[in-house]
Design a protein around this ligand. Structure first.
Ligand code: CYC
Length: 161
C-alpha cells in the first residue's frame, strides 16, 4: 500500500533525486486537504450503513436484480451484495485518506472481475450501485470531499469494467 507521500518519495528515489518543485506541490496539496479528508472519513464512518442503504434504494431495489432469477435474489446473495458495497465504501475511504489508489488494487480489485464473472455477478449493476454511492456520499460530505471520494469510487468502477 502506498500513500501520497510514499508515492512522491518513491518516484524521486528511482531517479536518485531530491524532491523537485512538482513533487513538493503534490505534497503541499495533500497536506492542505488533510483536514478535509479526515473530516470526510469521520462523517462517512458514522453514516456508512445509511450510505449503503440509500445507494441500494437508488440503484438496485425493485429491479430485475432483486427479483427471482436476479443475482441479488435470496437473502444470502442480497447480504453478499450489501457487504461488497460496504467494502467499496470502506476501502475508498482508506484510499481517500491515503491520497493514493494502490490499496484498491491490492486488496479489492485483485481477481475481483474474475470472481464476479465466474459467479455471474453483474458488473454493470455493480458499477451503477457504486455510482449511486458516490452521489449519496457527496451529498453527505460536501462537494470538495465528495469529488475526492469520487476519484476512488471511479477507480473501482474502471477496475471492474
Ligand atoms: C460474491 N463478492 C462475492 C465474492 C467475493 C466478493 C470474493 C465471492 C465469495 C462470497 O460470496 O463471499 C467480493 N470479497 C469481495 C471483495 C473483497 C472480498 C470486493 C475485498 C475486500 O474479500 N450482486 C448483485 C449486485 C452486487 C452483487 C449488483 C452488489 C453491488 O447483483 C454482489 N457479490 C455479490 C453477490 C455475491 C457476491 C450477490 C454472491 C454471488 C453468489 O454466491 O452467487
Amino acid at each position: 500500500m502506498q500513500d501520497a507521500i510514499t508515492a512522491v518519495i518513491n518516484s524521486s528515489d528511482v531517479q536518485g533525486k531530491y524532491l523537485d518543485t512538482g513533487a513538493m506541490e503534490k505534497l503541499k496539496s495533500f497536506f492542505q486537504t488533510g483536514e478535509l479528508r479526515v473530516r470526510a472519513a469521520t462523517t462517512i464512518s458514522a453514516n456508512a450503513a445509511a450510505i449503503v442503504k440509500e445507494a441500494v434504494a437508488k440503484s438496485l431495489l425493485y429491479s430485475d436484480i432483486t427479483r427471482p432469477g436476479g443475482n441479488m435474489y435470496t437473502t444470502r446473495r442480497y447480504a453478499a451484495c450489501i457487504r461488497d458495497l460496504d467494502y467499496y465504501l470502506r476501502y475508498s475511504t482508506y484510499a481517500m485518506l491515503a491520497g493514493d489508489p494502490s490499496i484498491l488494487d491490492e486488496r479489492v480489485l485483485n481477481g475481483l472481475k474474475e470472481t464476479y464473472n465466474s459467479l455471474g455477478v453483474p458488473v454493470a449493476a455493480t458499477v451503477q450501485a457504486i455510482q449511486a454511492m458516490k452521489e449519496v456520499t457527496a451529498s453527505l460530505v460536501g462537494a470538495d470531499a465528495g469529488k475526492e471520494m469520487g476519484v476512488y469510487f471511479d477507480y473501482i468502477c474502471s477496475g471492474l469494467s
